[in-house]
Design a protein around this ligand. Structure first.
Ligand code: ZN
Length: 235
């Protein structure tokens, strides 16, 4: 074997090892890394999912954890499509009636949110995956916020006026970056905070009880809403 071919073989062998060590999904070559508990929630939920609340101990552990990005393979999975659909169904259900929602609120520490686009015609609620806010404007304004996971309360929260957000666009299946302002930017900040384990009450200048939303919630509760499913994997 010539000197040059020895070098070539060494280069080839190290390239193979480099590939292997860079591939952190060797346990599962398909790149689907959902845990068994995540798969239970992804596959067993009805279209309106159970919504985690801060007053429940196992729920609060999920709400306080950092969420991870979906892998490329997971972005193409049927579970991903189901979650996008179910998040929309959950936030729009009359028992929730929110302007935004995040995956930790349905028990999953995965980077997906849905946001009502006040800056678009007909104000659609749209899902976004692998969301990261890459820039916050220095101009701060305070305004009222509530959270589906902190029922019956509202607060006054300071937020940046505009943001730059990067995400995976579910419709075009491409990575995108947008500059967003106004109330839509507030919702993006609130929902992206959820992906970092942050709740609006951590940032609020003041938090207060809201009797009207407590009365409404009681009515839905009497009809069986908000009950944790018997099969829920976190006790
Ligand atoms: Zn929230």
């Amino acid at each position: 074997m010539s000197y040059k071919s020895v070098i070539a073989v060494i280069a080839l062998v190290s390239a193979v090892f480099a590939c292997k060590s860079n591939n952190n999904t060797t346990d599962n070559p398909s790149g689907i890394t959902f845990s068994q508990k995540e798969l239970m929630i992804l596959n067993q939920s009805d279209s309106v999912m159970y919504l985690t609340v801060i007053g429940d101990k196992s729920d609060s552990l999920i709400l306080r954890k950092t969420s991870r990005d979906f892998t490329d393979e997971e972005l193409q999975s049927k579970e991903f499509q189901t979650l996008a659909r179910n998040l929309l169904a959950t936030v729009q259900d009359p028992s929730q009636d929110g302007v935004g929602i995040s995956a930790p609120q349905v028990g999953l520490n995965l980077r997906m949110i849905a946001v009502m686009r006040y800056d678009k015609e007909d104000k659609p609620i749209e899902p976004y995956a692998n969301v990261h806010i890459t820039d916050y404007s220095k101009t701060i304004k305070s305004g009222p916020e509530g959270c589906l996971s902190v029922p019956n309360y509202r607060g006054i929260v300071p937020r940046s006026d505009s943001i730059i957000v990067s995400y995976y666009d579910i419709n075009s299946k491409t990575a995108k970056t947008d500059t967003i302002g106004g109330y839509t930017a507030i919702i993006f900040q609130h929902e992206t905070d959820h992906l970092e384990g942050i709740l609006y009450i951590d940032r609020a200048d003041s938090v207060f009880f809201n009797q009207k939303s407590a009365d409404e919630r009681k009515l839905f509760e009497q009809q069986g809403a908000y009950t944790k499913p018997a099969w829920w994997p976190y006790k």
